[in-house]
Design a protein around this ligand. Structure first.
Ligand code: XUL
Ligand code: CO
Length: 436
């Protein structure tokens, strides 16, 4: 066990108005009951390994800015990193964490060595989880950093790379299963293309369809009961990614017979990159029956890139949690902070404060969303707008009683003249303003 990295004088707890929102919570009280459930059980916060403990602060023009005592590529460094990671998870009081294989273990000289390294760290995690009560929200494989994946993992033109990717995913599902992970995520960072001049889209989609079916078959064979999640993203690092957005992923799942087996992990920044709002992606996923989990962050709206910043806009996050509460909340999913510090934020305290600030934003947003739902004005307006579908003509159209000819006859016989009705957008937006 390494010395304390954060050197906190007292644990980070809820202090309400007396809190500073930096090293104590002003709004996140895990035990506060919102709509009949503890806030901790609603939000199910997770801290990610990669941005916090692996990313060195590089950008396309600059090198490392963070100097972390655990940076290194041997097992001793991996254990040191785990010590600090669990110190931070516990200090923040979050219930969950998430990781990629690449985040937690050094790359071996062979596949077998990489797998052994992962197994050793999995054992180390297992002990720490027992000691701290921390749980694993999800595990995943990094199939995008190493150069072997530069032309894709499951969608690589070379079957050898697809086999290597399958072996890697197997070892990551094994680790996730062993640690009681509640989900397993696949984000297709290289599952796309740079140019159609060297790419057959149909061939690559079939590869991805078969790959995902192998994942689902394996999950059932070993009795892993977690949810398999795809994380949509339209581009970056590739010019075009196949799991573009929720609608695209749904079409893909249907085509390969996976719509009842796989759900989505929706990230705020990815939704924005796809030209959607976060709440659009959430509402659609719930309506399609494939909502799983969220990666919480925000993009910079001027730079137009995936900046993975911590959330700071309560109104925006409230609209997201409004959709989540309306859809029935999380089941196996949760709120994973897939967010990183700015590269100038080099102090240990910045790591803690970023999460405290983000968690307070989410807590305020959740409470605002619950108040919006409990107030009922927005739902009542929707019920009124769609009331015509509950009976009579609307119901008959939906249930197939009518066809084009019968509707034409109906319009002609009754002299039907539809009357435009206000969409009341400004009024509804004013209602939101009462709660945030
Ligand atoms: C990349 C991204 C990943 C996934 C996990 O944009 O969001 O960190 O969440 O591979
Ligand atoms: Co993500």
């Amino acid at each position: 066990m390494t010395d304390s990295y954060f050197k906190l004088e007292s644990p980070i707890t809820f202090k309400g108005e007396a809190g500073d929102g930096i090293l104590s919570y002003r709004h996140y009280d895990p035990d506060e009951v919102v709509m009949g459930k503890r806030m901790e059980d609603h939000l199910r916060f997770a801290v990610c390994y990669w941005h916090n403990f692996v990313w060195p602060g590089t950008d396309p023009f600059g090198g490392q800015t963070f100097e972390r005592p655990w940076f290194g590529d041997d097992m001793a460094a991996a254990r040191h990193k785990a010590d600090v990671a669990f110190e931070m998870f516990s200090a923040l009081g979050v219930p969950y964490f998430c990781f990629h294989d690449f985040d937690v273990r050094p790359e071996g000289a062979s596949f077998a060595e990489s797998r052994r390294n992962l197994e050793e760290i999995t054992d180390y995690f297992s002990k720490k989880m027992e000691q701290t009560g921390l749980k694993l929200l999800w595990g995943t494989a990094n199939l995008f950093s190493h150069r072997r994946f530069m032309a894709g993992a499951a969608t690589n033109p070379d079957p050898d790379v697809v086999a290597y990717s399958a072996a890697t995913v197997k070892s990551c599902i094994d680790a996730t299963h062993r640690l009681g992970g509640e989900n397993y995520v696949l984000w297709g960072g290289r599952e796309g293309y740079e140019t159609l001049l060297n790419t057959r889209i149909g061939q690559e989609m079939d590869q991805l369809g078969r790959f995902l079916n192998m994942v689902v078959e394996y999950k059932h064979r070993i009795g892993f009961t977690g949810t398999i999640l795809i994380e949509p993203k339209p581009q970056e690092p590739t010019k075009h990614q196949y799991d573009h957005d929720v609608a695209t992923v749904y079409g893909f799942l249907k085509r390969y017979g996976l719509e009842d087996e796989v759900r989505v992990n929706i990230e705020q920044g990815h939704a924005i990159l796809a030209g959607h709002s976060f709440e659009h992606e959430l509402a659609l996923a719930y309506d399609l029956g494939i909502f799983g989990s969220i990666d919480m962050n925000r993009n910079d709206y001027q730079s137009g890139w995936d900046t993975d910043q911590f959330p700071n806009d309560v109104a925006e996050v409230a609209l997201a949690y409004y959709q989540i509460l309306k859809g029935g909340g999380f089941s196996t999913g949760g709120t994973n902070f897939d967010a990183k510090l700015r590269r100038q934020s080099i102090d240990p305290q910045d790591l803690l404060a970023a999460h405290v600030g983000g968690m307070d934003v989410c807590a305020r947003a959740l409470k605002a969303a619950a108040a919006m739902l409990e107030d009922g004005t927005l739902e009542a307006a929707l019920d009124e707008r769609y009331a015509g579908w509950k009976s009579g003509l609307g119901m008959d159209i939906l249930n197939g009683t009518h066809d084009l000819e019968s509707l034409a006859a109906h319009v002609q016989d009754t002299g039907l003249k539809p009357q435009p009705v206000s969409g009341r957008q400004e009024i509804l937006e004013a209602v939101i303003n009462r709660f945030v």
